[in-house]
Design a protein around this ligand. Sequence first.
Ligand code: TMP
Length: 211
Amino acid sequence: MTSMYPGYFISFEGIDGAGKSTHIEAFQKLMQERYPNREVVMTREPGGTPLGEQLRGLLLDAPMNLETEALLMFAARREHIAQVIEPALMAGKIVISDRFTDASFAYQGGGRKLSLDKLSALEQWVHPHLQPDLTLLFDVPLEVARQRLDAHRTLDKFEKEKSDFFTATRDVYLQRAAQFPNRIRVIDSTQPLETVRQEVENIIQQLIQQR
Ligand code: TMP
């Protein structure tokens, strides 16, 4: 938990095509309404800083060794924490990040089969004490995600992966949700948009009551 910081740290997760991007903007508005005196910072991974965005360009396009990929994800994250996340949380802001370390466990660990111990070691190195206060995991069955992606613009390196990659990615996301039930809330993203929005609102209400 980030109770060591006066701000709130919230991450959005899910396999490609799970619908997280549809909800993130509405979520920003909702948080701004609930916390009119706090600045809401929207950011993303990989990315969120000028260097991180350059690394994103490479990560989403260039073929590379899977350990290189994991190391670059965490290098971008180190910069993101130092330049954006930590200063904002120290200043009492609400940081909403489109993906964080759960994505590395799910994609590099699940999808690419990099050892979860290596990922834990990187996590310990890069952010031993920082975790999101809340993670919203948008979950859909694989077929739904694939259909949504097929209707999509040009696909990046990850989006072009095969079904078993995403099955393994989703499995690790769900395993982590079971492992950290207080932090990660799974949202059934096959529901109508309005139902999802309502569920997200209820979750925020609980977050506010806890702190
Ligand atoms: P986005 O399309 O949601 O912006 O995410 C970019 C891609 O990067 C997405 O396919 C997931 C992938 N990714 C990883 O593989 N590992 C990570 O640690 C992060 C943050 C993203």
